[in-house]
Design a binder for this molecule. Structure first.
Ligand SMILES: *[C@@H]1O[C@H](CO)[C@@H](O)[C@H](O)[C@H]1NC(C)=O
Ligand SMILES: *[C@@H]1O[C@H](CO)[C@@H](O)[C@H](O)[C@H]1NC(C)=O
Ligand SMILES: *[C@@H]1O[C@H](CO)[C@@H](O)[C@H](O)[C@H]1NC(C)=O
Length: 327
C-alpha cells in the first residue's frame, strides 16, 4: 500500500516550492525579522543582497550589520573609524556596496559638517574589505544614496539633507560635485535640519523625499545627474524618510514619527501600506527595501523604535527590521 510516508521528502519539497505564491499569501502580514536588544538603537538605511541577506546601517553606532532573514541571525560586518553613525547604503556592483559614515548627534539629529566619508565595502570574500572611496569635506549632512546609470559613467547620487542638494560621485575616479540643488530639498527653518532624505532612481528619473518640507518629488535627469526638466511634486503633506521604489515609480515611503509606510502611486494616490500612528508595527519607520522570502516578494522595513517620537508619547522599543508580505 502506498502510504504517505513513502512519498519521497524531495517530492514534498518540490510540491511546496511550486504552489503558486498567491495560494499561500492571503493577506498582508507583518513579522519581525530581527530586533536589537537595546532601546536607543536606530537603524537608518537598508540594502538587500542577491543572496537575500539584509544589510543595515545605524545612526547610533558607526556599524554595518548583516541579517539573514531565514535564520534571523545578525552579525556585525564592519565598524567605521572617525564616525558615530553609518547613513546611506547602496550596491555599486555585485557584492560591493557604498556606505556613508560620519558624525551625527543622536538626540538632535544634527550632523557635524565635513565629517562624512563614502566607503566601499567588498562582501565577496569571507571577511568584509572596507576602504575609503572619498571623503566629502564640503558635505554637511549626508543621507540617502543611490547608484545612477543614465548612459554615462555610473554615478553615486548622495542626498545632503542639510545643504538641500544631491552630490554626484564617480566611484571610479572619486571626482565629486553638486548635481542638483533646489528649495524643495532644503530643511524647513526652525525644524530639525532634515531636508532631502531618501533618494532612488528608476531609469533616468530621480525620486526623493524631503522630510521637513513634507514633499515627495521626481525629476528627470541628464546623463551627468543634473536636472533635465522641472521638479514635480508627486505627493505631499506628510513627514517622510527613506523609501523603496518600484521600476514603474510606485513608492513605499516610511513616515518615521507617523509610524507607517505609505504607498504612493506614480499619479500621487497615497494609501497606508502598513502601520498606524498609535501602533508599534513599524514604530519610527526609517527606510524600506524589497526582498524575496521563500520566493515571495516582501518589503523589509527598518525602524528606530520610535526613539525620536514615542508612540502615544511614551512607548519606545529597540530598533528592528520587519518583513511585510506584498499581497
Ligand atoms: C581618522 O582621523 C585621524 C585623525 O584625524 C586620521 O589621522 C585618520 O587618517 C582618519 N582615518 C580614516 C580612515 O579616515
Ligand atoms: C496608543 O493608544 C491607543 C489608543 O489611544 C491604543 O489603541 C494603542 O494600543 C496605544 N499604543 C501603544 C503602543 O501603547
Ligand atoms: C491615535 O490615538 C489618539 C488618542 O490617543 C486618537 O485621537 C487618534 O485618533 C488615534 N489615531 C489613529 C490613527 O488611530
Amino acid at each position: 500500500m502506498l502510504g504517505f510516508s513513502s512519498i519521497p521528502l524531495w517530492g514534498l519539497l518540490v510540491f511546496l516550492l511550486t504552489i503558486p505564491q498567491s495560494a499561500l499569501c492571503t493577506s498582508t502580514t507583518v513579522s519581525t525579522i530581527f530586533q536589537f536588544p537595546n532601546i536607543g538603537s536606530w537603524i537608518e538605511g537598508i540594502a538587500v543582497r542577491e543572496n537575500g541577506d539584509i544589510l543595515i546601517t545605524r545612526t547610533d553606532t558607526p556599524e554595518l550589520w548583516s541579517i539573514n532573514p531565514l535564520t534571523k541571525q545578525a552579525s556585525l560586518l564592519y565598524t567605521f573609524p572617525n564616525a558615530t553613525s553609518t547613513v546611506g547604503i547602496t550596491e555599486l556592483s555585485p557584492g560591493i556596496y557604498a556606505v556613508g559614515a560620519g558624525i551625527v548627534d543622536l538626540a538632535t539629529t544634527v550632523a557635524t559638517a565635513g565629517s562624512f566619508v563614502i566607503w566601499t565595502v567588498d562582501l565577496r570574500f569571507l571577511t568584509p574589505r572596507a576602504s575609503v572611496l572619498k571623503a566629502i569635506p564640503e558635505g554637511q549632512s549626508l543621507s540617502g544614496m543611490t547608484l545612477y546609470e543614465g548612459g554615462g559613467p555610473p554615478l553615486l547620487l548622495i542626498a545632503d539633507t542639510k545643504k538641500g542638494a544631491v552630490w554626484r560621485l564617480d566611484p571610479r575616479t572619486g571626482a565629486y560635485s553638486v548635481a542638483l540643488s533646489d528649495s524643495s530639498m532644503l530643511p524647513v527653518e526652525g525644524l530639525p535640519p532634515i531636508g532631502i532624505n531618501g533618494i532612488k532612481v528608476s531609469g533616468r528619473t530621480l525620486y526623493y523625499t524631503s522630510s521637513t518640507k513634507q514633499v515627495f518629488c521626481r525629476v528627470a535627469l541628464n546623463t551627468d545627474g543634473s536636472a533635465a526638466g522641472p521638479i514635480e511634486v508627486v505627493a505631499s503633506g506628510f513627514f517622510q524618510d527613506g523609501l523603496a521604489l518600484k521600476p514603474d515609480g510606485t513608492a513605499y515611503i516610511t513616515t518615521h514619527p507617523r509610524n507607517t509606510v505609505l504607498k504612493v502611486t506614480p499619479s500621487g494616490e497615497t494609501s497606508v501600506f502598513v502601520g498606524n500612528l498609535n501602533s508599534t508595527a513599524v514604530a519610527g519607520s526609517t527606510d524600506a527595501q524589497f526582498g524575496f522570502y521563500w520566493g515571495q516578494e516582501v518589503l523589509y522595513v527598518t525602524t528606530n523604535g520610535a526613539l525620536s517620537a514615542p508612540v502615544n508619547g511614551t512607548f519606545t522599543e529597540p530598533a528592528k527590521v520587519v518583513m511585510v508580505t506584498m499581497c
